[in-house]
Design a protein around this ligand. Structure first.
Ligand SMILES: [Zn+2]
Length: 127
C-alpha cells in the first residue's frame, strides 16, 4: 500500500510590507500579523531511535524556522529583507519555499502564508 504523511509547523510573525502596484490601500506601507505553515511530506516513517514513528521531529523542523523568522520576517520590512519588489502573500510563500529549498529541507512540500484570518495562499511547485 502506498501511503504518505504530511506534517507541518505553524509560525507567526509581525511584519510590514507595501505593494507598489496595487490600486488600493495596500500600496501604502502597512503591517500584518502573518501566520505561515511549512509542510513536509514523507512516504515512510523513521523506524529506529528516538525519532522513530516520525516523518521528521517537529523540533528539527522548528530549527529551520528560527533563523528565517529572526533574520528575514519577524519585525522586518519584507520588501527590503526578501528583496521582493511586490511581496504579496503569493510571492512571499514562494520566497519562503525557496529559502527552505536552498537549505535542503528534506521532504519540503509546500509553504502556506496567511496575511489576515481569512486570506492566504499555499505555494507548491508543480514539476
Ligand atoms: Zn498587506
Amino acid at each position: 500500500m502506498a501511503e504518505s504523511w504530511t506534517i507541518y509547523k505553524e509560525f507567526r510573525f509581525e511584519a510590514a510590507h507595501r505593494l507598489p502596484h496595487h490600486d488600493g490601500k495596500c500600496r501604502r506601507l502597512h503591517g500584518h500579523s502573518w501566520v505561515g505553515r511549512v509542510y513536509v511530506k514523507g512516504d515512510r516513517l523513521i523506524d529506529t531511535g528516538p525519532k522513530s514513528g516520525m516523518v521528521m521531529d517537529f523540533h528539527d523542523l522548528k530549527a529551520y524556522l528560527t533563523p528565517l523568522l529572526e533574520n528575514y520576517l519577524d519585525h522586518h520590512y519584507l520588501n527590503k529583507t526578501t528583496g521582493l519588489e511586490n511581496p504579496t502573500s503569493e510571492a512571499l510563500a514562494r520566497w519562503i519555499y525557496g529559502y527552505f529549498a536552498r537549505l535542503g529541507l528534506p521532504g519540503l512540500d509546500a509553504v502556506e502564508i496567511r496575511e489576515t484570518c481569512t486570506s492566504g495562499c499555499v505555494y507548491r511547485p508543480t514539476n
